[in-house]
Design a protein around this ligand. Structure first.
Ligand code: IVH
Length: 699
């Protein structure tokens, strides 16, 4: 085998592993073996640049060369979709189609992914161009950036020439992780920004994903028989297809058989089910890991598609039902600045109260200066406010400028709380003063919250009282302050009872396990789950974490499978911060748990964040307190009465009024038998309708 053949065979092998891993979620070889092959190919490419291929699997990391996205003509008309704003309109579309008397007619129902429309051109099985939709006739060539998306096949399993349409998107979870990169307001904007990065290495840094939904074969004879077969074929070629797919025909059985024959996931239904299916998906859409902005109904049969034809704008054989984002009009009365616990500055629009999506909205985020400048927002402007997906309300558009001459708002250059000059990090401004009272307030409230130290009496109001009076300047002061002195000062609403509650909460918090303490420190990316991952990964003591961070040992963190280099860098950075290290030292002296005690805490904290109450008598737990102890050992809190905060009621024999209250409040009822099962398996009752990945399981 000569060098060129060697490089080709290595590339083919690596592409196969990438497809298995990123598209099908399967690992075919070990990381070490994969890295070995990857490094070998990279080396050969460096030594023999004359043989380097732009579709090499090594090109996923992108490059730092800038690109200006030349305009290119599409070879197929890249049409849009006709829109419907109600399920009734979709059903009307369906009956219009049926009227044509097509008894072999069927419909495919797909999610309308809220991302960036992408057109992928393949020649002889190789990706040659990736082009944005543009105006449908001409788009921008963004090939270098799209190549970095691991789910985009660079070479297909067959040497076919075809055009594939799909949607590039960003998962909600990844949006939350990466939004600081450019202050994007939602996953779609961040995906759009990433696709248009001038340096493909920057696109590569964002975990963009793709679902493809249409294919157009150059050789018409190769075109599969119907849309279902097109999807199956695209899947077989190595593309990622959305498994949330449904087929509607004259009988459920027929639909199911068709999907099965094509080897596709998805559900089969009869025509009459279409309305309720769309309603069901609409209702459950917020539990999907990505945003969808509607549902697409498409005729499955290609000959019928041909017959129906196209307008200039859209095919006549499909319709998109668009979910309307609840939207309202109101006036910006003022703009305030919020200082978060990390010092991050968020401008907030104070609105004339307005009803929106079932609640009254008084405030909406303006994100950052860039966002304000883009929309040219000024105080007094009449604006539209939307609730997009499950994100907090945002000002979307200025409808009418104010008449008082207010100009576009500028965030002040100093912290509105402590006066310190703000510093910029990415798209956001930060207050760099760790003693800034607003930051302290946020930090302590977070520390005391249920998921962290679970100090119920230290809610936002109580913390505000302690901070604003100067009694508490930082978290460790909670453990040194003499709460009894509050009584001498005659503070309104603070009596013996409050003081006892404060003391008790402080005392109890010393028993919280290391995982809770670690979460409560507010280290970026180290939430409840992150803390558990670190501990299970061997960081069972704060000193282990600190010394790995001090040594800048990213590998010690990335050795844990769920931790990537970006998270590792954030953790290392945080744990080298002098202020945090001093805080940790003081909390150690205060007696908090900085070591995971395997002996006592070997039990999974399955009830963490839950509040349980028990009623009646039990067979296995006599007295009842034995059951309560089991709950507490597993991180749950227990109370003697059912209140709005109660999450579970353990039901014994003869339980009375508590059960009624619990039922009224929608508290989960758990029988002794169920409880025994939970504690023996270490499982939590999950919400119905979700599989173990937290994904919607209509399927
Ligand atoms: S089919 C000729 N299917 O929605 C076929 N489009 O508003 C036209 N989209 O430009 C597209 N999910 O970017 C189709 N499952 C899906 C889709 C989808 C998202 C986007 C696509 C299109 C836009 C039209």
């Amino acid at each position: 085998m000569d060098i060129r053949e060697k490089m080709e065979s290595l590339a083919a092998e690596l592409l196969r592993y990438q497809e298995a891993y990123y598209v099908q979620g399967k690992s075919l070889i070990s990381d070490v073996e994969y890295d070995g092959l990857f490094d070998e190919l990279s080396r050969l490419e460096r030594e023999h640049p004359e043989f380097a291929d732009p579709n090499s699997p090594t090109q996923r990391v992108g490059s730092d060369l800038t690109s200006d996205f030349p305009e290119v003509k599409h070879t197929i008309p890249v049409l849009s979709l006709d829109k419907a704003y109600s399920v009734e309109e979709v059903l009307a579309f369906m009956s219009r189609c049926e009227e044509k008397g097509k008894e072999h007619l069927s419909f495919v129902e797909e999610e309308k992914i809220d991302g960036i429309s992408m057109v992928l051109y393949y020649e002889d099985g190789s990706l040659v161009r990736a082009v944005t939709r543009g105006n449908g006739a001409v788009g921008n060539d963004v090939t270098a950036n799209i190549r970095t998306i691991s789910q985009v096949p660079l070479r297909l399993k067959e040497k076919v020439t075809l055009v594939v349409r799909g949607e590039v998107y960003l998962a909600k979870e990844d949006f939350l992780k990466f939004r600081d990169l450019d202050g994007a307001a939602n996953p779609r904007n961040l995906a759009a920004g990433s696709v248009r990065r001038q340096k493909s290495s920057e696109t590569a840094a964002v975990p963009l994903q793709i679902f493809v939904y249409e294919g157009f074969w150059e050789n018409k004879e190769e075109t599969p028989e119907d849309h279902i077969a097109i999807l199956a074929k695209l899947k077989a070629l190595g593309f990622r297809i959305n498994p949330h797919l449904a087929l509607f025909s004259s009988s459920r059985e027929k639909s199911e058989k068709r999907l099965e024959a094509a080897g596709l996931e998805g559900r089969g239904y009869e025509f009459d089910d279409l309305g309720s299916y769309i309603r069901e998906v609409t209702e459950k859409r917020s539990s999907l890991p990505y945003e969808i902005d509607g549902m697409v109904t498409k005729i499955n049969e290609l000959d019928v598609r041909e017959e129906f034809g196209y307008t200039e704008h859209h095919p006549r054989w499909a319709i998109a039902y668009k979910f309307e984002s609840p939207q309202a009009e109101t006036t910006i009365e003022g703009i305030t600045i919020q200082v978060g616990r990390t010092g991050r500055i968020t401008p907030v629009a104070e609105l004339s109260p307005v009803a929106l999506g079932g609640s009254t909205v008084r405030r909406a985020t303006l994100h950052n200066q860039e966002y304000i400048d883009d929309l040219e927002i000024a105080i007094g402007d009449r604006v539209s406010v939307v609730k997009r997906g499950d994100v907090i309300p945002a000002v979307e558009q200025v409808l009418e400028k104010n008449e008082t001459g207010n100009t576009t708002y500028r965030i002040p250059s100093c912290c509105p709380c402590c006066g310190t000059e703000l510093t910029a990090k990415g798209a956001h401004l930060y207050c760099p003063n760790p003693e800034c009272p607003d930051q302290v307030l946020g930090r302590i409230t977070f520390f005391a919250s249920r998921e962290c130290m679970d100090m119920e009496s230290f809610g936002p109001k109580a913390v505000e009282l302690l901070v604003s009076n100067g009694f508490v300047k930082d978290i460790p002061d909670l453990y040194t302050f003499d709460y009894a002195t509050l009584l001498d000062r005659g503070i309104k609403g603070v009596g013996e009872k409050t003081v006892t509650q404060f003391r008790l909460a402080v005392e109890e918090s010393r028993k919280r396990p290391f995982s809770a303490v670690l979460t409560s420190l507010g280290i970026p990316e180290v939430g409840k789950k992150g803390a558990e991952i670190l501990i299970k990964g061997g960081f069972d003591d704060i000193d282990k974490l600190i010394s790995a961070a001090r040594a800048g040992d990213a590998a010690a963190f990335t050795a844990i499978p769920q931790i990537g280099p970006q998270t590792a860098a954030l953790i290392i950075n945080a744990l080298n911060d002098k202020v945090l290290l001093e805080r940790i030292e003081k909390l150690k002296s205060a007696g908090l748990q900085f070591h995971e005690n395997r002996g006592e805490n070997s039990l999974d904290q399955i009830f963490s964040g839950q509040v349980w109450c028990a009623t009646g008598s039990f067979e296995h737990f006599n007295p009842r307190s034995l059951a309560l102890a089991e709950i507490e050992k597993r991180g749950g809190r227990t109370t003697s009465s059912v209140t709005g905060k109660t999450t579970h009621l353990l039901l014994g024999k003869g339980g009375g009024s508590k059960r009624q209250t619990a039922e009224k409040l929608g508290v989960k009822l758990v029988s002794e038998e169920e409880f025994l099962e939970m504690i023996s398996k270490g499982e939590v009752i999950t919400e119905s309708g979700h599989d173990e990945n937290g994904q919607l399981s209509l399927f």
